[in-house]
Design a binder for this molecule. Structure first.
Ligand code: MCA
Ligand code: AMP
Length: 469
């Protein structure tokens, strides 16, 4: 059972999102009502605004055993159409008063409804969620996550972090990705503890949650940790509040060693890193009682097998991370080709991440095989999807998209544009808005360069490494 605490609700608050909170009993009533409404559907989606309704909708679908697709509420028209056509949800669970997917049936989640359907055991192999994630080319793929992956992974994290019902997790992560939704919301609910989502990220909000809401753990991407460190440097109150944490956890992208050390200097806390992926959930984590080394993401979690596959001409013990275990997804929806490419016949998932191993088995991520994947603010973005969107702009003849280091975002998206003959050069903001409108705002290029031609090799392939200013 995914949520034992709903079968026998403990006293106290289960969820807080922004200003709204719910007890376990209220959550059980409202989520059961959703479960009764969606029971028997093949799939449902949820318009994943940061609201308590979003979480109740997801929990309701999981109680009913109906796979749920979290939708980015800022999705642009092209990306949203692709996800909806690919996953065909029967209905979109929504927050009253908020938008939803145009032209699709919506079902407002009613927080005061009282359902009676009880969470029952379901087949552990049954899909629980389909989460869309970018590849190097083409539109995002839907990773099908089974119930056993959620259950075993949350329990392995609990063991690593000594995570119990006494913990209050604070975060402000988007609810349409694994980090915010599975680890940040379903994690505390599986423990019978409390999830506190701020609604919107701000260092002051995080500090207040530690001061006034007894928060014990923070989950955040490196960009948020960096912004917290800046705020802690400027304001002792924020530094003091962070020093009260039991665990500050970072993931979704590499936390620079310099930030790890700065946060320790300011707060006395050494950040715990964990390494995950949409398709695998969490693979490794530094344990609560473990050595919190900068730049290391810890050992594999219980039940997760991990090995490095040496690259050709193996340099310094670097290899691609391969993982196997109950944490793995079932495959990509409607994409047997992509599934076969990523999951080999022996059940190993090829992550594309390059790493080394410390003598005691701690993993250090040192890079990525694909240069066409960009991690910006913790979001994974494929260069190909942005190139395709920009090619639809009437003034764009040719385009290449790259990532470059960014102090705040880790990497920023850069577009190199050849303007179509006879067309005036478009405004940079026009190209950025175009990508935001078709895909999503976080995929917009932060930098746009206009060039006369793209460097190509004899076969006509763009040589992205030559694209430097
Ligand atoms: C800006 N905006 C626009 C435009 N430009 N809207 C429309 N058109 C435009 N041209 C809006 C944005 O929508 C946003 O609105 C606001 O302006 C600021 O956007 P942006 O600059 O992109 O945001 P930011 O301040 O840079 O965001 C930083 C962030 C964010 C908060 C750290 O990157 C973030 O939430 N990252 C988390 C990523 C994550 O959870 N990844 C997990 C996947 P508004 O202000 O209204 O929002 S990885 C994963 O799940 C695996 C398993 C793992 O290991 O964890
Ligand atoms: P996503 O597909 O959006 O789930 O992103 C997964 C990717 O994020 C992984 O393949 C890694 O490249 C990266 N990632 C996640 N956690 C970490 C971490 N702690 N350190 C470095 N990279 C990470």
């Amino acid at each position: 059972m995914l949520f034992p605490a709903l079968a026998d609700p403990p006293p106290g608050i289960a969820l807080r999102v922004g200003e709204r909170a719910m007890t376990y009993t209220q959550l059980r009533h409202a989520a059961s009502a959703v479960a009764e409404q969606v029971r028997g559907s093949e799939r449902v989606a949820v318009w994943a605004v940061p609201s308590i309704h979003t979480v109740v909708g997801v929990v309701g679908a999981l109680i009913a055993g109906v796979p749920v697709i979290p939708l980015n509420p800022k999705s642009g028209e092209r990306e949203l159409a692709h996800i909806l056509d690919d996953s065909e949800p029967g209905v979109v669970l929504t927050t009253p008063g908020e938008a939803s997917a145009p032209g699709r049936p919506r079902l407002d989640v009613d927080l005061s409804a009282i359902g009676t359907m009880l969470p029952a055991e379901q087949d552990p192999q049954r899909p629980a969620m389909i989460v869309y994630t970018s590849g190097t080319t083409g539109p995002p793929k839907g990773a099908i996550l089974p119930r056993r992956a959620l259950a075993t992974n949350l329990d392995a994290l609990a063991a690593a972090w000594e995570w119990t019902h006494d913990d209050v997790v604070v975060h402000a992560l988007p609810l349409f990705h694994v980090h915010g939704l599975v680890i940040g919301m379903l994690g505390p609910l599986r423990r019978g503890g409390r999830a506190h989502h701020l609604g919107r990220f701000s260092p002051e909000g995080v500090a207040t949650a530690f001061e006034d809401d007894a928060a014990t753990m923070l989950f955040a991407v490196p960009t948020m940790h960096r912004r917290l460190a800046d705020a802690a440097q400027a304001d002792r109150r924020i530094a003091r509040a962070l020093s009260r944490a039991r665990l500050l956890v970072s993931g979704s992208a590499a936390l620079p060693a310099s930030e790890h050390e700065r946060i320790e200097r300011l707060t006395g806390q050494r950040v715990v890193e964990r390494y995950g992926m949409t398709e695998t959930l969490m693979n490794t984590a530094v344990h609560a009682g473990g050595d919190r080394r900068p730049g290391a993401v810890g050992p594999p979690l219980d039940g997760v097998e991990l090995k490095l596959k040496a690259e050709d001409g193996d340099a310094g013990g670097i290899g691609e991370i391969l993982v196997r275990g109950p944490n793995l997804f079932l495959g990509y929806l409607n994409r047997p080709d992509a599934t076969a490419e990523a999951l080999d016949a022996d059940g190993w998932f090829h992550t594309g991440d390059l790493a080394t191993l410390d003598p005691d088995g701690y993993v250090r991520i040192v890079g990525r095989r694909a240069t066409d994947l960009i991690k910006s603010g913790g979001f994974k973005i494929g260069a190909g999807e942005i190139e395709n969107a920009l090619l639809e702009h009437p003034a764009v003849a040719e385009v290449a998209v790259t990532g470059e280091p960014d102090e705040d975002l880790g990497e920023r998206i850069v577009a190199w544009i050849v303007v179509r003959d006879g067309r005036p050069r478009p405004q940079r903001s026009d190209l950025q808005d175009h990508v935001a409108r078709l895909l999503t705002p976080h995929k917009r290029p932060r930098v746009v360069h206009f060039v006369d031609a793209l460097p190509r090799n004899a076969l006509g392939k763009v040589q992205k490494r030559k694209l430097v200013v």
